[in-house]
Write a protein that binds this ligand. Structure first.
Ligand code: SDX
Length: 399
């Protein structure tokens, strides 16, 4: 109209972004990373090995695995000035806010990570710098998470240990009984957390991963891009859902309150957190594996009482036409919060347990978009549906 070329919607269909990292078949409930089904990785791999696979495309050889794990576990310390920033956050700050702030601050501290200081991008075709910062970010993510827990406990920070596995060290830094001779976290819990980290490591082009690739495409340093991706994950429709599930189940309280709650969901007064998914249309394969991990954790620390309400709520929803017709079922977040609660994590700490492993997926997509995209900036187009061109109205001409 008026000479404005209104784009044909077909033009606006942005082509799906191509990627070699993760494949999801939403109808079949199938998920694989670099060709390996998630069930096999959860059973046979560990988090750091899966992170290597996501980022570099192949399972590491014995030598590569040794070097990778050594490097990551020797880049877990945070700079003293960063520890001061984290230590000065209010004790009741949400851990995700601390996580976002810490990575934004790291972007300032690591000069070789800050392209604006160099007037060029250090990552394009500079494998050494890219790999060094990938290792640093994965190594430090667990330490930032543990430090945010220590802020909440108003306790001194605990230095990381390089002689433990990635999740053992994270649990150690959180709740080491300082001074307890030879203290080590329960291996069953560290193993359960490692499986959960594998399940949360990557999930194709979800909201936070798209943010990482999008922000990273402007050639900003990866620490700042991680802060942006973590901010996207923080939301209750995404990584904040595991915390929202527990708050929802606590609000329901007892099994006899479930029918009324489901009525409130149907009348849109409530959302059934932990249910539904944009891609999966009949099952989230991760949810099934997490449900099995729950039982091993309950064997170690005792059964979480809310699990009975969660099971009854799931059973009731899966039999209800409202949820069946909308293809809504438990997703990755439905059971994970119950495990974290049983392990003793504070509720608002749950999204961090999603963010730490997802750092591996964010970095894999960041690396891929720089290498495959040749440093091209992401610039989605839009379909303009506003007013056609018109002339300025003077005040007296306006109604
Ligand atoms: C994650 O993208 C990823 O891969 C994400 C993730 C990852 O690993 O990165 O898998 C992690 O974010 C899992 C999702 C965690 N979020 C939640 O559990 C929050 C609750 N879920 C919903 O907010 C919702 O299901 C979403 C956000 C997950 C998906 O949203 P969509 O795609 O907009 O939902 P839809 O289009 O499939 O909805 C269809 C209908 C709508 O109702 P009607 O308008 O047709 O009446 O179903 C309704 C929705 O309102 N609906 C729900 C619902 N989810 C969808 N109604 C009640 N409770 C829900 N959970």
């Amino acid at each position: 109209a008026n000479g404005i070329r209104v784009y044909d919607p077909a033009f606006m269909n942005t082509a799906a972004i191509s990627s070699k990292i993760t494949y999801i078949d939403g109808d079949k409930g199938f998920l694989m990373h670099r060709g390996y089904p998630i069930e096999q990785l959860a059973e046979k791999s560990n988090f750091l090995e899966t992170a290597y696979l996501l980022i570099y495309g192949e399972l590491p050889s014995l030598q590569q695995k040794k070097v990778w794990e050594f490097e990551v576990m020797h880049h877990t310390f945070l700079a003293e000035d960063l520890m001061k920033i984290i230590g000065n956050m209010r004790y009741d700050s949400h851990p995700m806010s601390i996580f976002i702030s810490a990575f934004a601050a790291m972007g300032a501290f690591a000069p070789d990570a800050n392209p604006s200081l160099q007037g060029r991008n250090l990552y394009l075709n500079d494998k050494l710098t890219m790999n060094k910062n990938i290792i640093r970010i994965i190594g430090k993510a667990a330490t930032v998470a543990a430090a945010s827990m220590r802020v909440r406990m108003n306790r001194p920070f605990i230095a990381p240990r390089s002689d433990m596995t990635y999740t053992e060290n994270m649990l150690y830094m959180m709740d080491a009984i300082s001074g307890a001779e030879g203290y080590r976290p329960d291996k069953r819990l560290a193993k359960a957390l490692d499986i959960l980290f594998i399940l949360h490591a990557d999930h194709e082009m979800n909201c936070s991963t798209a943010t990482m690739a999008h922000v990273g495409s402007s050639l900003v340093d990866p620490y700042s891009a991680i802060a942006a991706a973590a901010a996207a994950l923080y939301g209750p429709l995404h990584g904040g859902a595991n915390e929202a599930v527990i708050r929802m189940i606590e609000r329901i309280g007892t099994v006899d309150k479930i029918p009324q709650f489901l009525e409130d969901v149907k009348s849109k007064k409530e959302l059934l957190f932990g249910f539904g998914h944009r891609v999966y249309r009949n099952t989230d394969p991760r949810s099934k594996i997490i449900r099995e991990v729950a039982e091993t954790v309950f064997d170690a620390v005792g059964r979480e009482p809310l699990i009975d309400v969660a099971i009854a709520l799931r059973d009731a929803a899966l039999k209800d036409e409202f949820f069946i017709s909308r293809k809504l079922f438990p997703n990755v977040d439905y059971w994970s919060g119950l495990i974290y609660k049983a392990m003793g994590f504070p509720l608002d700490f749950f999204p961090i347990l999603f963010a730490v492993p997802r750092v591996a997926g964010w970095l894999a997509h960041w690396k891929q978009s720089l290498e495959e995209g040749n440093g091209k900036i992401w610039r989605p187009r839009q379909l303009y549906v506003g007013e056609p061109r018109r002339d300025y109205l003077l005040l007296e001409e306006r109604s």
